[in-house]
Design a protein around this ligand. Structure first.
Ligand SMILES: [Zn+2]
Length: 135
C-alpha cells in the first residue's frame, strides 16, 4: 500500500486512512485546522511554501478549511461531496461577456465569426485605437 505520510500536501488521516488532498492554491501557506473528509477528524497542520512544517496533530472543531479532494488509499472511494471537500477554484468565475457568435458553414460545420451587427460592436474599441495609429 502506498505511503502518503511524507507528502506535504497530502494529509493521510490517522483515524480513517482517507487521503485528504490539500490543494496548493489554498494550502501553500497554511497554519490551521483541516477537517478530514472521511471521518470529520480535525487535524492541525502548518505548511510553509508548500512544505509541511508541523502536523498533523489532532485538534478540536471548528476547522479552518476543507481539503480540495479526498480518496481512499486504494483509490476506490472518492469523496467529492461539497459539504466535506471544497469545490475546485474555477478560472475566471467573474467573467461576464458575450459568447463569440457561431455560424454554420454551407456544409453545416460550425465556424466562428461572421458579419458583425451594430450591437456586437457596443463596448469594442475602433481598430486604430488598438493599433495606436490612424489609417
Ligand atoms: Zn479521517
Amino acid at each position: 500500500m502506498a505511503d502518503f505520510k511524507h507528502c506535504s500536501l497530502l494529509l493521510e488521516c490517522g483515524k480513517c486512512e482517507i487521503v485528504n488532498y490539500l490543494d496548493p492554491f489554498t494550502f501553500w501557506f497554511f497554519d490551521g485546522k483541516v477537517k478530514c473528509a472521511g471521518c470529520g477528524a480535525i487535524w492541525r497542520v502548518k505548511i510553509d511554501n508548500g512544505a509541511r512544517v508541523s502536523g498533523p496533530t489532532e485538534d478540536k472543531a471548528p476547522h479552518d478549511k476543507l481539503p480540495g479532494f479526498a480518496q481512499s488509499k486504494d483509490y476506490k472511494t472518492k469523496i467529492t461531496d461539497t459539504t466535506k471537500v471544497n469545490p475546485p477554484v474555477m478560472a475566471r468565475a467573474d467573467f461576464v461577456g458575450k459568447p463569440i457568435p457561431i455560424y454554420k458553414s454551407i456544409r453545416g460545420k460550425p465556424v466562428s465569426g461572421g458579419p458583425l451587427k451594430a450591437e456586437d460592436l457596443v463596448g469594442s474599441r475602433p481598430r486604430f485605437i488598438m493599433e495606436g495609429r490612424h489609417k
